[in-house]
Design a protein around this ligand. Structure first.
Ligand code: ADP
Ligand code: MG
Length: 255
């Protein structure tokens, strides 16, 4: 890491869509090995913030710093190349590829430069690297997907697709991982495995931003939460304090 600041810092970020202020002077930081929960009612700007950090949207105002360098407004593939990777609310996989093939994309040198280009080059990648295959299968096992490794992902339920997408991100050796509602639709067993993968990232010093509505799940994992409401940060701190915070209570009660 360069310097002594946080791994990721977004400062004073604002963006509007057709006059609607989706983020209004929002700031967050994430340290290496820290799990930050990102919470807030639907439409409060959580996904938009991750879209800005990951380079999908360019903010109207504010700056984003990753590992000491400004990344504000860089395209998503440039942000990914630096090691900040994310998953989507709707998993983005190659439907005809198996679980293992989709995960292996994460290990491909092209993946960080352009995730779609990597898909075109997959057969080469598969032949290339026995060590990578071993790593992929180890992550697939942690994700509880070993019995599905040779199944095309288009035949799988959403939960398995989500775990496949996260496995691919882990194989890519990220420094920061952003997860947009990864627990949605997962069974209790799958939640345990998801939690295990997130802890595995933390233990390796990876910073994690976890957007999640599942409060019990968050409570077991996060070091800190940031609460958004109407694009503004209304709380940051521990989860216990969040439940007592008047602004948070008002946001959730809609008062
Ligand atoms: P959350 O993830 O917290 O549910 P979002 O970040 O998806 O909320 O959305 C915040 C607000 O920004 C919503 O009002 C949403 O409709 C709006 N928004 C997000 N992305 C776009 C977009 N590409 N075009 C227009 N409006 C958008
Ligand atoms: Mg969202």
């Amino acid at each position: 890491p360069s310097g002594s600041g946080p791994l990721l810092s977004a400062e004073g970020v604002s963006i509007s869509f057709l006059g609607l202020r989706a983020l209004d002077n929002a700031s967050v930081t994430v340290g290496a090995g820290e799990i930050l929960g990102l919470v807030g009612p639907n439409g409060s700007g959580k996904s938009t913030l991750v879209n800005i950090i990951s380079g999908i949207y360019r903010p109207g105002d504010g700056r984003v710093t990753f590992d000491g360098a400004a990344i504000t407004g860089l395209p998503d593939h440039a942000v990914a190349r630096r090691g900040a990777l994310r998953t989507f609310q709707d998993p983005r996989l190659v439907p005809a590829f198996t679980v293992r093939e989709n995960v292996l994309l994460g290990g491909h040198r092209l993946y960080r430069q352009n995730p779609l280009a990597a898909a075109l080059n997959l057969p080469g990648a598969l032949r290339e690297d026995a060590a990578m295959l071993g790593r992929a299968d180890a992550i697939i096992a942690m994700a509880g997907l070993s019995h599905l490794a040779d199944t095309p992902v288009r035949d799988l339920p959403y939960g398995d697709q989500r775990m496949t997408e996260l496995s691919r991100v882990i194989l890519a050796d990220p420094r920061l991982v952003m997860l947009d509602e990864p627990a949605a639709g997962l069974s209790e067993v799958e939640l345990q495995r998801l939690g295990g993968l997130v802890r595995h990232l933390k233990e390796r010093g990876v910073g994690v931003i976890l957007i999640e509505h599942h409060m019990d799940f968050l409570n077991e994992l996060v070091d800190r939460v940031v609460v958004l409401d109407s694009g503004r940060v209304i709380y940051q701190g521990g989860m216990a304090g969040m439940y007592r915070d008047p602004a948070v209570v008002a946001a959730y009660l809609g008062t």
